[in-house]
Design a protein around this ligand. Structure first.
Ligand code: AMP
Length: 130
């Protein structure tokens, strides 16, 4: 069965789309732990990041770097943190989280952000990506 992220890639489920390339997609996490919490995924459905072939892994990492640079312009922070967990959705995803203090990278945090604000944020981050 297709993962929820494959359904997003296929356009069957909506998302706050940030940016995409031929093989990768970035969208806002639906349950953000910080303002500007982005997920970067390969469009190819693979569960575990270290099962990606070398080329796909490098491509995803370079994609995440590009997105992180745009994200930092829109959500001022000391650094953009990167995390890979993948216990809930069996489709590779890199979490990008603007970080101003270590506790910002806490997956127990949950921010209330309206859908309108998420849409605007996604638009701004997408526009800031070179
Ligand atoms: P994990 O697999 O533990 O890395 O967590 C999965 C992440 O995907 C969580 O942060 C969820 O909030 C996020 N998530 C799940 N479904 C969606 C969705 N439809 N759109 C955006 N983010 C999602």
């Amino acid at each position: 069965m297709a993962t929820i992220f494959s359904k997003i890639v296929a356009g069957e489920i909506p998302c706050h789309r940030v940016f995409e390339t031929e093989h990768c997609l970035a969208f806002l996490d639906i349950n953000p732990i910080a303002r500007g919490h982005v997920l970067c995924i390969p469009k190819q459905e693979v569960d575990y990041i270290f099962d990606l072939d070398d080329e796909s892994l490098c491509e995803l990492q370079l994609f995440a770097k590009r997105v992180a640079r745009g994200l930092k312009k829109v959500c001022p922070c000391i650094k953009v943190a990167q995390a890979v967990i993948g216990v809930d959705v069996p489709h590779v995803h890199i979490h990008l989280v603007p970080l101003n203090k270590p506790s910002d990278l806490n997956f127990s945090n949950h921010l209330e952000i309206s859908s309108e604000e998420l849409s605007e944020l996604a638009r701004q981050i997408g526009a800031a990506i070179d």
